[in-house]
Design a protein. Sequence first.
Length: 397
Amino acid sequence: MSANQTPAQSPALARRLRLGMVGGGQGAFIGAVHRIAARIDDRYELVAGALSSDPERARASGAELFLAPDRCYDDFHKMAAAEAARPDGIDAVAIVTPNHLHHPAAKAFLEAGIHVICDKPLVHTVEEAEELAALVRDRDLVFVLTHNYSGYPMIRQARAMVASGMLGKIRVVQAEYAQDWLATDLEASGQKQASWRTDPARSGIAGCIGDIGTHAFHLAEFVTGLRCTALAADLSAFVPNRRLDDNAHIMMRFDGGARGMLWASQVSPGTTNGLRLRVFGEAGGLEWQQEQPNELRFTPLGEPTRTLLRAGAGSLPAATSISRTPAGHPEGYLEGFAQIYRDAADRIAARLDGRPAPADVPLPTVEDGVRGVRFIHGAVESSRRDAAWVSLPNTEA
């Protein structure tokens, strides 16, 4: 891809998609990330929001984002009903709230016939996850889960290499995600992100494994195309009085006979956002690290290691077709998020136009969300049973 080329886009509506947002108001981190990602490819326009449950903050947040006053809501149920009734209502909603609000918010918009883009993990319980999956199928709506790392070009490259057989039959999968920001009792200071992520009422039954472990789990399955069938987990809360796990070691068994391990930690000094995936097959191995996302290390068995560069020599169409800049011009977190939004836009626009959705777009869906929730509950159950093996059924439709 030359410097003057841009990634190909599927045909779309002759307008931007109208986007709403639930959560993400003043003081929120991830809402701004979603808004930037939605605008990078100029496919969306934010026109409505229930940005906070506090009416004053909701109005102030909406004003900062130049939303019309009558489209700044203090309740997402009211927003879903009002937007569904408008001739210029939103086409999709982004849900960027703490975890405990994902289910009621997603349900409200799905029942109103509005497509959903939701942060992960999907919901608190398997029953809630299955309810949303059934709603998506019944209403024939697009539901996208923002596992943003699956939007990185070199992750798409890795997936294509595995699928093409370049690694041979997969034997070993190693996934890890290490951070250090919760190495102290940060939640006691009232820090917003730490407070809700370590609170079982808002985060759910898991801390670290729900927050970042689900990303590592999703990447392991996304790249290999395999499904984890069983796991044995040892979860720890190292910080005194912490109510949810802050470190996890998990062994995994995959269909086809592959074995794996997953380590997730938020108490590891010297790490910042250390997401790493290694995949080893009969004929070769791959390694990718999020902090150097434009590189993919490939080692054919018995040969020297090769470093493949995003949009560089050896880059496959799976990576070059979604690269926004030439090789050597780094792309990362925001562009990965943007790719999820662009793929979602293609799918939503196709539905609105009444034409087939783009084929073979590996977009995380509500079914990936169900698997993520099953992974969380399986890990918690296993750890409570002293790392006993727990089956993880494949429930994909």
